[in-house]
Design a protein around this ligand. Structure first.
Ligand SMILES: [Cu+2]
Length: 460
């Protein structure tokens, strides 16, 4: 796809075009940040190495700490043999810099360097990751190690804390498994489907499996700000830290109207939570998945108080349903100007594909008409999940407000990903305030690659 072709018909200023850097990148070039997409081998546990592709050969990639409203220039070199690109998840920037080829953002061919220039906003915990299609190649896309924290500093105050820690969930060594088994394990009364699913051998927080790498060292009385990110390609997780609570102050980087303390938190693919944890229960604990099987795969980290020792302790939290509405206002959201009802279905294998395909109102990407919006208007998207899977729905380049889950109405909870539970319905509202093509999709790599995407286009 040529840049000119991508730009045609878009309301995007030429200055927002990412530019390719000719020839080898010299040290005198004025990029603020340089990222290199490169193959690497990571020791995620003692003697356990995974081969992957990551930014600057590290997982997570370098934490990018930017200032809201201050333009930045980021040079990305693709040192792999597959075209790739970087998506700046949660930022309201131009379509061509956003890093989704469906919006017209250019791919970075092997050996090439692209400069992304944009003005980051809004403030909060964002992240960056590849937006390449993986399909049946489980080394590509978000199955690889291409992700990092993108922290946008701005006016909003997270309050006082003594220590900050960024923890990203990742699953490794994916392989195929029949979907029927995983679906059966989840629910006995859902229709059986035909395709494969993806399962993993290992899981980590950042680079390390539970019990490997350094523990998180804390002192009694400390307030620790934890930024938790689910950077998994396909797995939603539930996390807990026995003996402690998470006071959730922001979701997807946006302060929540009703901060509350919870014993466990759900983190669907691509979601972020900022939480304050008061260290008031000395010991050596496991912060990790509530599933024993996942902790055994490595999904956890040891939290060690100063002066304490011994075997890390896990205790199951009391069962509770995850409920976004507890962090929202219980008043109704503002009425939208227009509503789109979008029903999601699993249509099974298409053309002998190994994986099931997905539809939005009976159409799959790319054979799906865009939704149309007009600048300045407020839209409601009603996501109706007609399938037995969870779908973390992501809207690019905009922030939405959750207005309804099932029958519960709410307002004030601003996110860019919302997990839609099986057979549930969720309404999200957004203002069309950032002209340019906008992708909406399920963030589960296996779903987005098999049809679960739609474009939103601005019309005059
Ligand atoms: Cu999905």
């Amino acid at each position: 796809m040529s840049l000119a072709g991508a730009a045609a018909g878009h309301h995007v200023l030429a200055s927002t075009l990412p530019t390719f850097i000719p020839g080898p990148v010299s040290g005198s070039s004025h990029a603020d940040v340089r990222l290199r997409i490169e193959a690497c081998s990571l020791e995620i546990g003692k003697g356990i190495n995974v081969k992957t592709v990551a930014y600057n050969g590290q997982v997570p990639g370098p934490t990018l700490r930017l200032t809201e409203g201050k333009p930045v220039s980021i040079e990305v070199t693709n040192a792999t043999s597959s075209p790739d690109l970087v998506h700046w998840h949660g930022l309201a920037i131009g379509s061509l810099s956003d890093g989704a080829m469906e919006e017209g953002s250019p791919m970075i061919e092997p050996g090439k360097t692209l400069r992304y220039s944009f003005t980051p906003r809004p403030s909060g915990t964002r992240w960056y990751h590849t937006h390449a299609v993986a399909g049946a190649n489980l080394t590509l896309g978000t199955y690889s190690g291409q992700f990092g924290f993108l922290l946008i500093d701005g006016a909003h105050d997270l309050g006082y804390y003594d220590q900050e820690v960024n923890l990203a969930v990742r699953h490794w060594e994916p392989s195929f498994a029949p979907m029927v088994e995983t679906m059966r394990a989840q629910s006995a009364n859902l229709p059986l489907t035909t395709g494969s699913d993806v399962v993993y051998r290992y899981a980590t927080f950042n680079q390390h499996m539970l019990g490997h790498g350094e523990p998180l060292r804390v002192k009694q009385g400390q307030r620790v700000l934890m930024r938790l990110l689910n950077a998994s390609a396909t797995e939603n997780v539930v996390l807990a830290l026995p003996g402690h609570t998470f006071k959730i102050i922001a979701m997807d980087g946006n302060p929540v109207p009703n901060p509350r303390s919870v014993e466990m938190l759900s983190l669907a693919v691509a979601e972020r939570v900022d939480a304050i944890v008061e260290m008031n229960n000395p010991g050596v604990w496991i912060l990790g998945s509530t599933l024993e099987k996942s902790r055994a795969m490595g999904l956890g980290i040891v939290v060690e108080y100063a002066g304490q020792s011994g075997k890390p302790v896990w205790r199951d939290p009391s069962p509770a349903d995850w409920d976004y509405s507890q962090f929202a206002q219980r008043t109704k959201a503002k009425e939208p100007d227009e509503t789109y009802v979008l029903t999601f279905r699993d249509i099974g294998s298409v053309n002998g594909s190994q994986f099931d395909s997905w539809t939005i109102n009976n159409k799959s990407w790319p054979d799906i008409e865009p939704l149309h919006v007009r600048q300045g208007k407020r839209y409601r998207l009603i996501f109706r999940n007609g399938s037995g899977d969870q779908h973390p729905m992501h809207l690019h380049r905009h922030t939405f407000e959750i207005s309804k889950i099932g029958k519960t109405e709410m307002s004030g909870l601003l996110k860019d990903v919302v997990n839609v539970m099986p057979l549930d319905s969720v309404a999200v509202d957004f203002v069309a305030d950032n002209p340019g093509d906008t992708l909406m999709h399920c963030h589960q790599q296996l779903h987005m690659d098999y049809g679960f995407m739609q474009l939103i286009k601005y019309i005059d």
